[in-house]
Design a protein around this ligand. Structure first.
Ligand code: URP
Ligand code: ZN
Ligand code: ZN
Ligand code: ZN
Length: 476
């Protein structure tokens, strides 16, 4: 097995930072060594197979993106990143684990949907991957199938209060699934938007000739998110099921989460870079109310009004721990042939934004502007995802015994996000074009293998292993 020393850097964890060299043997971290220490030999650097110089740089645990949708069949098409292209882009951006959503479609057995996901991902990932299970049709059969998920290493599942006719569950179905989840120790992940009401609003707007992408945001009003978030919290409370609300974007939804947490409930929230930076006015409305440019940013929950202060509320929630995590909800679609499906009818625009490559960089800007500490950045992007989703000890920390998933991040570097040529996601555009990043992902190590260095990719599809996850270990 080969040995690697990451020397001269500042190791940052969720709780502090320290000057230390990190010694890796094979796939694992074996020691943190004080600079100048001779405890492991007088000249450690010359006894290892490879030295990575991290002088003046941060050494952080590899990012964990706990919300991705590779190859998701959705909106009459399929998310454009394969497991290979999506995990390669993840590696470029300093993310060394993803948790993707396996899909049970309505009318299909959970086992069939899960097997299909293993088929898509197996042998194709450049970094490690796990699955959450989407339950798209709660019935006696799928409730029974939930009992097998823990043994499969899938300890969380997602329900949708949105998308009637696709993944939607009604309150009776949600109640039953949560009862089962409470019994099994599964984490319930919720897409909290009132889908039936949204569909009525969307149809009314369309019939008034309001057909552009901007009206996607109008139809999916914040009241629809607040109401569903509240309802999910109450159902979770009643059934004693821990709840994780995905892609939170409305300030009123954060307030619902905060209130429940203040009452001591096991309720958690995730936001995404798009809800921190982008807005209804600037992006969804790009090109005017009828402009189609905004289709690039059609996602659900939608981008929200900056005038109403939702973006500021997301940053505040991350500071106060009313929101615990930042994932991407990476669900890319090209403009050509995909987003184009909804020209003339915003209801037919496939929902999703691609960000997997930029999450670490984008959130680091919060450190640059003083919204977050360096430690909180690591916590939100790596340590909490590991704890929340049963990977703690193996992922999310730089400590002896943990997987050597490590990123050397250069705070003095710079990253320009341009059009399609400047990123590695399988998209014909970027939702982040024009963003200038203070900071740079310099070296990325996945289970001891250097997969990105010197501006080049050295990884391979098939290096990534399936992560059999344990139960949630972090409820705070
Ligand atoms: O617009 C989104 N979020 N697309 C992915 C599916 C989902 O609801 O997470
Ligand atoms: Zn969702
Ligand atoms: Zn999603
Ligand atoms: Zn650099």
């Amino acid at each position: 097995m080969s040995t690697l020393l990451i020397s001269g850097g500042t190791v940052v964890s969720a709780t502090g930072r320290t000057r230390a060299d990190v010694l890796v043997d094979g796939e694992r971290i074996v020691a943190l060594v004080e600079p100048g220490s001779t405890a492991l030999g007088a000249d450690l650097a010359s006894s290892v197979d490879r030295v990575v110089d991290a002088t003046d740089k941060y050494v952080i645990p590899g990012g964990i993106d706990a919300h991705t949708h590779m190859e998701l069949p959705f909106g009459g098409t399929q998310a454009s990143d394969t497991f290979e292209t999506g995990t390669t882009a993840a590696a470029w951006g300093g993310t060394t684990s993803i948790i993707d959503f396996a899909v049970q479609k309505y009318g299909e057995a959970v086992e069939t949907g899960l097997a299909a996901w293993h088929e898509k991902a197996g042998g194709n990932c450049a970094v490690d991957y796990g699955f959450h299970q989407i339950i798209g049709g709660v019935d006696e059969q799928s409730l029974k199938a939930m009992e097998t998920l823990v043994d499969e290493g899938i300890t969380s599942y997602k329900l949708f209060m949105a998308y009637p006719g696709v993944f939607y569950s009604d309150d009776a179905q949600i109640l039953k699934a949560m009862q089962k989840a409470a019994e099994l120790g599964l984490m319930t992940m919720m897409h909290a938007e009132n889908g039936p009401a949204i569909d009525v609003l969307a149809e009314q707007l369309y019939n008034q000739g309001k057909t552009g992408p901007y009206f996607h945001g109008i139809a999916r009003a914040w009241q629809m998110e607040e109401e569903a978030t509240h309802r999910a919290i109450m159902l979770a409370d009643l059934t004693n099921a821990p709840l994780y609300v995905v892609h939170v974007s409305a300030k009123q939804a954060v307030a619902q989460l905060a209130a429940a947490r203040d009452r001591g409930k096991n309720v958690f929230g995730e936001t995404c870079p798009q809800y921190l930076y982008l807005s209804l006015e600037e992006q969804l409305g790009a090109g005017g109310e009828d402009g189609f440019e905004g289709a690039k940013w059609v996602c659900s929950t939608p981008l929200r009004s900056r005038a109403e202060g939702h973006q500021d509320a997301m940053w505040a929630g991350l500071r106060t721990n009313d929101l615990q995590m930042v994932s991407t909800d990476h669900c890319p679609f090209c403009m050509k042939d995909q987003k184009e499906l909804g020209r003339g009818d915003f209801r037919a625009i496939p929902n999703g934004i691609g960000s997997i490559e930029h999450r670490m960089d984008l959130l680091y800007q919060g450190v640059v502007t003083g919204e977050l500490t360096l430690e909180r950045w690591v916590e939100l992007t790596s340590t909490t995802p590991a704890r929340m989703f049963g990977l703690h000890g193996t992922k999310g920390v730089i400590a002896p015994g943990a997987d050597a998933d490590i990123v050397v991040y250069d705070p003095n570097g710079h990253t320009s996000i341009g059009y399609e040529q400047t990123h590695h996601m399988n998209m014909d555009h970027s939702a982040w074009e024009g963003f200038e990043i203070d900071g740079h992902v310099d070296v990325v190590i996945s289970r001891g293998s250097v997969v990105v260095s010197d501006g080049a990719f050295h990884g391979r599809a098939g290096h990534g292993k399936f992560l059999k996850r344990g139960l949630t270990q972090y409820l705070s």
